[in-house]
Structures are given as C-alpha cells and as structure tokens.
Design a binder for this molecule. Structure first.
Ligand code: RTP
Ligand code: MG
Length: 140
C-alpha cells in the first residue's frame, strides 16, 4: 500500500465541545499519523475558497457561516491509503448513516455540524494541504 497524505479539519462544533483530543485519539488508533496541525479561525474568504466546489448548493451559505463560527484544527494526516482510510474513519456525511465507531457516529451533531472534514481525492488533498500549510510545517 502507498503511504499518502490527506487533509483534515476538526470543525467548530467539535472544538467548541473540547473534542480535539478525543478525535485525534480515533485518528491515531486507526493508524494515521498527524504530521502537521494548527488551530486557526478561518475567515470568510478562506472558507468560501475551501468549499468553492459546493458554491451552487443550497447549504453553501450555512456551511461557510458554520466553518467561520469558531476555531478549527487543520491537520495533515499520513499513512497507508490515507485519503480513503480517513474517509472510512470519519464515517458518512450524515451521522445517522455513519458506521459504529466512526468519528461522525461518535461525535457529529447533524449533517451540517459533522465534526470533521477529510479530502475526497489525492488531488484535492494536495490542493487543500497547500491552502493551509507551507512545506516546512509538515514533518513526516
Ligand atoms: P467534507 O467535505 O466536510 O469532508 O464532508 P463530505 O465530503 O462528507 O460531504 P460534502 O458533500 O463534501 O459536503 C461538505 C459539507 O457540507 C455540509 N453539508 N451540509 N445541510 C446539508 O444538507 C449538508 N450537506 C452537506 C457538511 O458539513 C459536509 O461535511
Ligand atoms: Mg467533501
């Protein structure tokens, strides 16, 4: 299996409930290594750029408002097939459909306030990592 990197965000609903450590424990137990991490407050423009792919969707405004409503923790995760593996660890977008033991099943409040983001492809992982981290901030 190929060692790869993915981009993760611990979203405002989770930082608000002091769940950063609990979520990191699930990530690390799943065999993914946190090779970069910082807590930031995204501004509106950053959130709109980050979720530009969803700009025509009815929930876009709500999503951007949510992502800037409080601190987030942005992360780079490394491991075998990290992109797909982290999507499995996160669980389905809607926590009601998420599998037992996944981060969203354990912690998400709703389909919108669903605690974590993970890249959906290797190409997007590279783009998303570059939006938040300089190369020398990632230590594998
Ligand atoms: P993410 O991008 O955050 O990792 O989540 P995802 O791939 O599982 O879901 P995606 O379809 O990319 O949606 C991005 C985020 O938008 C919010 N959302 N709200 N109200 C709604 O119906 C709705 N649908 C999606 C969620 O925060 C979702 O994670
Ligand atoms: Mg997505």
């Amino acid at each position: 299996m190929a060692t790869e990197r993915t981009f993760s965000i611990i979203k405002p609903d989770a930082t608000e409930r002091n769940l950063t450590g609990a979520i990191n424990a699930v990530i690390e137990k799943a065999g993914l290594r946190i090779v970069a991490q910082k807590r930031v407050l995204m501004n509106r423009r950053e959130a709109e750029t980050f979720y530009a792919v969803h700009k025509e969707r009815p929930f876009f405004g709500e999503l951007v408002d949510f992502m800037i409503s409080g601190p987030v923790v942005v992360q780079v995760l490394e491991g075998d097939n990290a992109v797909v593996r982290y999507r499995e660890v996160m669980g389905a977008t809607n926590p009601e459909s998420a599998a037992e033991g996944t981060i969203r099943k354990l912690y998400a409040k709703s389909i919108g306030e669903n605690s974590v983001h993970g890249s959906d492809s290797q190409d997007n992982a590279k783009i998303e990592i570059a939006q938040f981290f300089a190369g020398n901030e990632i230590v594998g």
